[in-house]
Design a protein around this ligand. Structure first.
Ligand code: AMP
Ligand code: ZN
Length: 465
C-alpha cells in the first residue's frame, strides 16, 4: 500500500507520489540556533524523523535536507549582547542541538546546511526575483512585492486584507510600499552581522534562506516540505511566493505540518514557568526514550498535551513492551511452531503498516502492537510460543523499531563505546592515583561481563558469557 499523507496545500490526505519514482526529496525546516531547542520543537523534529524513517522503511531512497537558521534577529541581538560573533554564538546551540538529536535518537538528515554558508545562493535567488519585477528596494533593503504574485495565500488561505496579515506587519520597523510585503535582504543598520553583496551591505531575511537552500540541494521542485503549523503563515507561504515567483514551477508537492505541543493544557511560555527544553526534562529525571515515545505517540495532526504523568505512562508502556520482548527472547530453540500465533503476527504487521500508511497514524500502529502483546501473552502463559514464532515476533518489533527506536529488541549489552570510555576513565583515575575509583570501574565492568587485561600496549577487554 502507498503511504498517504495529509497535504496542507490541498487539505486532503493524498498518496505520496515522488516526482522521480524511487527517490523522495524532502526538506524540513530546522532549528533557529539562538537557544536550546524546547520540547515543542522536538515534537516536530521527532515527527520529521518518524516520517523520514517510514519513507526508508517503504523502500524509497531519500534525500533529506534540514537547514540550520544561524542568522536571524534574535541570534544577532543575543550575540551582540554577549559581545560575540554570530557564528561563535550559535555554535554552542548548534552543538547542543546535535547532542539533543542523538539523545532522542533523531537520525541526521543527509545534509544540514547553515544559512551563513549559503548567502550567495540567497543573493542569486533575490536577483532572479528582481528580474521578474517581484521586488523593490526601499531604505537600502529589498522587499518582495506580494501584490505581484497572484498565487499568494494558496497554502495558508490568508486573506491579504485580514487583520492577521496586517497585525504582524504593523510592528515591522522597515518602510515598505505595502505593509504586507516582506523583506528579502535587510540593509545593515549598525554594528551587526552583515555581508557585502551586490544587494548592498546587509543580511538575508529568514524566508529566503529556506527557498534558496531547499532548491539548491533538492532542485526547483521537490516532494515534501515539513515544519510545525506556526510556519504555514507567513514562512511557508512566503517560501512558495519566492520559489514559484522565481522559477515559474511548482515548488513543493506535499506540505506536511505538525500540530503544536502544549504543556499541562497551556501554551508553553517562560513567564508561566511551563517552558521546557529537553535538557530541563532530563534534569528532572525523565527518561529520554520515554520522551521520544511520548512525542511520537500522538497523531502529528493532533495537539499534544505534554504532562509529567504522560512521561511516566510512556515509561511504563515501554517497560511493558520490553518485558514482553524479554520473555519472547527466552523461548528456547527447538520448540514447535504455533501456526495461529504466526497468523496473528502477520496480522499485527499488516495492521501496523496500514496505520502508518494512513497519514502516519502512530497511535493506531502502536495500538496494533499492544493488542498483539495482549494476545500473545496468553500463548506465552500456555507455553505455546514456538521457536519460529519467537523469531517472527522479534522481527515484527525490530521492524517497528526502525521507526520508533525505543524498544529493546536485543539483550542489553554495554556498548563498546561506553566500555572504551570507562577504560579511559580508569586510566585517568590511575594516573591521578585514585586507585579506589579505578578498581570500582574494573569491578563494575566485571559485573557486566567485561574482563580487563592490562598489557604494555594498554588495556584490552573481552566479553565473557
Ligand atoms: P524554530 O527553532 O523556532 O525555527 O522552530 C523549529 C521547529 O519547531 C519549527 O518546525 C516550528 O514550527 C516547530 N515548533 C515551534 N514551537 C512548537 C510547538 N510548541 N510544538 C510543536 N512544534 C513547534
Ligand atoms: Zn524554513
Amino acid at each position: 500500500m502507498a503511504l498517504k499523507l495529509n497535504n496542507s496545500l490541498t487539505q486532503s490526505v493524498e498518496p505520496l507520489q515522488p516526482i522521480d519514482p524511487g527517490i523522495v526529496r524532502m526538506y524540513t525546516c530546522g532549528p533557529t540556533v539562538y537557544h536550546y531547542a524546547h520540547i515543542g520543537n522536538f515534537r516536530t523534529f521527532v515527527l520529521q524523523d518518524v516520517l523520514r524513517r517510514y519513507i526508508l522503511y517503504k523502500g524509497y531512497r531519500l534525500h533529506h535536507v534540514m537547514n540550520i537558521t544561524d542568522v536571524e534577529d534574535r541570534i544577532i541581538a543575543n550575540a551582540q549582547d554577549a559581545g560575540m560573533d554570530i557564528r561563535e554564538y550559535s555554535k554552542k546551540y548548534l552543538t547542543a542541538f546535535l547532542e539533543d538529536m542523538r539523545t532522542l535518537r533523531i537520525q541526521q538528515p543527509d545534509e544540514m546546511p547553515r544559512a551563513t554558508e549559503h548567502i550567495e545562493a540567497m543573493v542569486e535567488l533575490i536577483r532572479r526575483l528582481e528580474k521578474k519585477n517581484l521586488t523593490y528596494r526601499s531604505g537600502r533593503s529589498t522587499y518582495f512585492r506580494i501584490g505581484a504574485f497572484a498565487d499568494y495565500g494558496k497554502l495558508s488561505g490568508v486573506e491579504l486584507d485580514s487583520a492577521a496579515a496586517r497585525g504582524r506587519i504593523d510592528s515591522d520597523e522597515y518602510s515598505k510600499e505595502n505593509p504586507r510585503d516582506f523583506v528579502l535582504w535587510k540593509a545593515c543598520k549598525g554594528e551587526e552581522a552583515f555581508w557585502d553583496t551586490e544587494l548592498g551591505r546587509g543580511r538575508p531575511g529568514w524566508h529566503i534562506e529556506c527557498s534558496a537552500m531547499s532548491m539548491l540541494y533538492l532542485g526547483e521542485s521537490f516532494d515534501i516540505h515539513c515544519g510545525g503549523v506556526d510556519l504555514i503563515f507567513p514562512h511557508h507561504e512566503n517560501e512558495i511566493a519566492q520559489s514559484e515567483g522565481a522559477t515559474g514551477k511548482p515548488f513543493v508537492r506535499h506540505w506536511v505540518h505538525a500540530a503544536h505541543l502544549i504543556v499541562e493544557g497551556e501554551k508553553m511560555s517562560k513567564s508561566k514557568g511551563n517552558f521546557f527544553t529537553l535538557r530541563d526534562l532530563l534534569e528532572k529525571g525523565c527518561n529520554p526514550l520515554a520522551i521520544r515515545y511520548l512525542l511520537q505517540s500522538v497523531h502529528y495532526r493532533k495537539q499534544l498535551n505534554f504532562t509529567f504523568e504522560g512521561v511516566e505512562q510512556a515509561r511504563s508502556a515501554l517497560r511493558r513492551i520490553d518485558g514482553f520482548l524479554q520473555k519472547i527472547r527466552s523461548v528456547p530453540d527447538g520448540l514447535q511452531a504455533n501456526p495461529s500465533l504466526s497468523d496473528k503476527t502477520s496480522q499485527a504487521r499488516q495492521d501496523f503498516e496500514s496505520a502508518m500508511d494512513d497519514d502516519l497514524n502512530v497511535s493506531e500502529a502502536l495500538g496494533a502492537l499492544f493488542e498483539f502483546i495482549r494476545n500473545c501473552n496468553i500463548d506465552l502463559d500456555r507455553q505455546e510460543v514456538g521457536s519460529s514464532n519467537r523469531d517472527e515476533i522479534l522481527k515484527l518489533f525490530g521492524d517497528a523499531n526502525q521507526m520508533f527506536d525505543v524498544f529493546q529488541i536485543e539483550e542489553a549489552k554495554l556498548q563498546d563505546r561506553r566500555i572504551r570510555e570507562l577504560i579511559e576513565e580508569r586510566r585517568q583515575a590511575r594516573l591521578q592515583r585514585s586507585f579506589q575509583r579505578a578498581d570500582q570501574i574494573r569491578d563494575e565492568l566485571f559485573e557486566s561481563g567485561i574482563i580487563l587485561e592490562d598489557t604494555k600496549e594498554g588495556t584490552r577487554w573481552k566479553r565473557v558469557h
